[in-house]
Design a protein around this ligand. Sequence first.
Ligand code: ADP
Ligand code: MG
Length: 479
Amino acid sequence: MMEWETVIGLEIHTQLATNSKIFSGASTTYGAAPNTQACAVDLGMPGVLPVLNAEVVRMAAKFGLATHSTVAPRSVFARKNYFYPDLPKGYQISQFELPIVHGGWLDIELEEGVSKRIGITRAHLEEDAGKSLHEDFHGMTGIDLNRAGTPLLEIVSEPDMRSAKEAVAYMKKIHALVRYLGISDGNMQEGSFRCDANVSVRPKGQQELGTRSELKNINSFRFVEQAINYEVERQIMVIEGGGAVVQETRLYDPGKQETRPMRSKEEANDYRYFPDPDLLPVEIDAAFIEAVRAGLPELPDAKKQRFVEQHGLSEYDAAVLTATRELADYYEAAVTASGGQGKLAANWVMGELSGALNRDDCDITNSPVSAQGLGELLQRINDGTVSGKLAKQVFEAMWNGEGSADAVIESKGLKQISDVSAIEGIIDEVLAGSPKQIEQYRAGQGKLLGYFVGQVMKATQGKANPGQVNELLKKKLDG
Ligand code: ADP
Ligand code: MG
């Protein structure tokens, strides 16, 4: 049996979060009635001229700096010519030979402590096309040009990924990054973040790349993984069956979980690229780049490292908590409100809180328990007012809107019993009722200590301070 190696390169289209379009003043707000947000420029009317939106240049530069890429001092817009009903001009304005960003990299984490560097070939600015609507039109197609002219940054990777898992890790990393940078909302349902996956296989050890197929327009992490895995199997079957993979564009069908041919792969020269005579080259000076650099937020990798050092987290926990900027912000606010309980806050955010968010299909930004509220609960755990176990009950009540940690502890009577004489009284009762177990314990069955602890906790409905119960019990039994 031949061993095969998978090779993957991704082209990610991310919609830039500008208010207006890349070459016109029309709004980019999602969800407007069809064709109400397309001006003469977006409609491709004769005689109009595109004017570059300066904000997209700033956003592309941010991305370039965050990925150790070169932000080109000079880049050029080009016309990519093709015919499609949702492209009235007959060409898309894109960048070809001189993109605004090139030659960078990004590290992805594969498992605890193992990372891999993925090359970023280039990232270029372009306009989106309109949308063809097939539903609701019997035997006809509707065209909505609201999306025409929406700014996109197309991020092209080197063919550095070797499995669907790596491709998903890379896509997630880019997704988190553009959201940290505030250059895209990354909304995958609305099409603001989608990718084309280029997939090929080759015999393990072979240098030369195999023939690739390109899986178009995938808009979920799960579908990327499924589509690649299907495609890898298909290509291996074709080759092992004596055939050859043809270079083509394929479509992934999530319902059938298979890829289907769409068209044979076009070559760059099919598009007759040439510099757009309506637009000047984009020239960026060092001062502009330094200003952009100065405005960069703390990036995910740096934040993760800081969480490890400042809050005493493992690499894994720090990676989970910095996966999105919102989660990281929530976590740090909870740590502050808890008086610096970094590890405890991590356990609660990744445990109870994430569980409740998932269960009730909530987002961290509208969590019923605020970071401040969770921090207060953590303080009560830390100062011994409530045991870790009963704190989960308090949390549930807070989640259901029954008030703050202190209010819930008070109203439900969940305060931990830490009073020595009160605990001793209960221990004496328990011991008086268990003469046989005491005998066995003293005869060497040390593990019976757990039985006594259990009895005391039961008698106090879990409210006795477990540390004190252990200590006092041992004293009485051994003394
Ligand atoms: P286009 O798809 O527009 O023709 P490129 O040829 O630059 O553009 O390739 C686009 C993507 O395909 C890149 O992400 C690149 O890494 C990836 N790629 C190129 N060749 C292969 C291959 N043989 N197998 C897998 N991915 C590939
Ligand atoms: Mg391509």
